[in-house]
Design a protein around this ligand. Structure first.
Ligand SMILES: NC(=O)c1ccc[n+]([C@@H]2O[C@H](COP(=O)([O-])OP(=O)(O)OC[C@H]3O[C@@H](n4cnc5c(N)ncnc54)[C@H](OP(=O)(O)O)[C@@H]3O)[C@@H](O)[C@H]2O)c1
Length: 361
């Protein structure tokens, strides 16, 4: 039996669902895979809790009563007490934590992340992290960076690593913006009401401007572009920002108070549509021209993107072998359940390929 120690950062929508899924599937992994998954550390931005026996269903109450102030070294000191395989799971949107990954790797942690930031910082940070992981023989998995639980990153990685030339990846990259624009096209309600509803349902980022600015889709394009071997920076991406200039620099509170100012410009674009057209938020990675573009486009209702429903993501991959008929991946592209399950898939992927080993720090 392999025992895997999980250290989870972020206890919000995705993190708390991840805990639920690990606890529910614990017996299944033990019996079917010989893997004993234990969540031995959990943290939010200010507090942390460790338990060498692994947390249980009462974790929320226990976290409130016995968690301690967060000290960056506390996890490392706790982890160093035993020699189990350790996986850090990042279910935050924190840049600060992303900058910590090299340190986590230095301390013998594999890393699984839903957070796109580490993969979209400078190319130098990206390359250095991979060199360090290689040197320490540790894994870094991030399938949920693009399309939540859908297998996009792995597909592009496998095509690239098998020598396939990638041409274009395009589609609806954001389940949140998919949800927002599907509803906006069908319903006669203000744009901002739909955004607030999407936030309440956990579809948008904690700050919805991350979605509306196009930055979130841009990060996903950059993750895929780098997976396909392109050396590009975030600043190379052509991004259409749907947030008004004033609100781009406002505090989150100010943005929420003035969110109605987004309504008029988008309502005008909606009024210009022909009866057989809808608005869709699209991303396009052109691996031949080395260009990445994020924009709100008018598409035909009967086109694949035009027919999407709910928060579905939709990806078309054109490559050497898929030149005429693209490889299409479609399905729920956002939501806490599918994202948490994607994180768990990555944890199992790492756990399955490992032998329990001793770390020499
Ligand atoms: N929701 C989705 O459908 C979806 C889909 C794909 C990917 N993702 C990604 O999943 C991540 C989490 O999303 P979410 O919807 O779960 O967000 P969320 O509900 O806002 O939760 C974020 C959590 O992160 C914690 N946190 C912030 N900074 C931290 C730090 N430095 N160290 C430890 N914890 C920290 C927060 O703690 P405090 O409360 O103390 O601030 C909170 O518990 C994001 O990167 C998002 O892009 C989400």
């Amino acid at each position: 039996m392999k025992t895997i120690h999980i250290y989870l950062f972020g206890l919000g929508n995705v993190g708390s669902t991840f805990i639920k899924q690990v606890l529910e599937s614990h017996h299944f992994f033990k019996v079917n895979k010989g893997i004993n998954l234990k969540i031995v550390g959990i943290a939010n931005s200010s507090r942390l809790l460790t338990d060498v026996d692994g947390i249980n269903e009462n974790w929320e109450k226990i976290f409130v009563s016995v968690s301690v102030d967060r000290d960056p070294n506390a996890f490392y000191e706790f982890a160093a007490i035993n020699d189990e395989v350790r996986i850090a799971v990042d279910a935050t949107a924190s840049k600060e934590l992303s900058l910590f990954y090299p340190e986590l790797v230095q301390h013998g942690f594999h890393v699984v992340t839903a957070n796109k930031i580490a993969n979209t910082l400078s190319q130098t940070f990206y390359d250095d992290l991979r060199s360090l992981l290689k040197e320490r023989e540790l894994s870094f998995e991030y399938e949920t960076n693009v399309g939540a639980g859908l297998p996009i990153v792995d597909t592009v990685r496998n095509l690239h690593e098998s020598g396939e030339q990638l041409f274009v990846v395009n589609g609806v990259f954001s389940g949140s913006l998919g949800y927002i624009f599907n509803r906006f096209s069908q319903e006669d309600i203000p744009f901002s009401d739909i955004v607030l509803d999407a936030l309440r349902n956990g579809y948008t980022e904690p700050d919805p401007r991350e979605d509306l600015s196009g930055n979130d889709v841009a990060r996903k394009l950059l993750v895929l572009a780098r997976e396909a071997g392109l050396k590009l920076e975030f600043t190379d991406i052509n991004i259409e920002n749907l947030v008004t200039t004033e609100l781009q620099v406002a505090s989150l509170n100010q943005f929420m108070t003035n969110i109605k100012s987004l309504d008029k410009p988008l309502q005008l674009r909606k009024l210009q549509l022909k009866p057989d057209e809808v608005l869709r938020h699209l991303g396009r990675l052109d691996a031949v021209d080395k260009t990445l573009k994020v924009s709100l486009e008018v598409v035909k209702k009967e086109s694949p993107a035009g027919q999407l429903r709910g928060s579905d993501g939709f990806f078309e991959i054109y490559s050497q072998s898929y030149a005429a008929n693209p490889l299409v991946i479609k399905g729920a592209g956002a939501g806490r359940e599918v994202t948490a399950r994607g994180l768990l898939c990555d944890v199992i992927k790492i756990s399955s390929t490992l032998k329990t080993r001793v770390y020499h720090l």
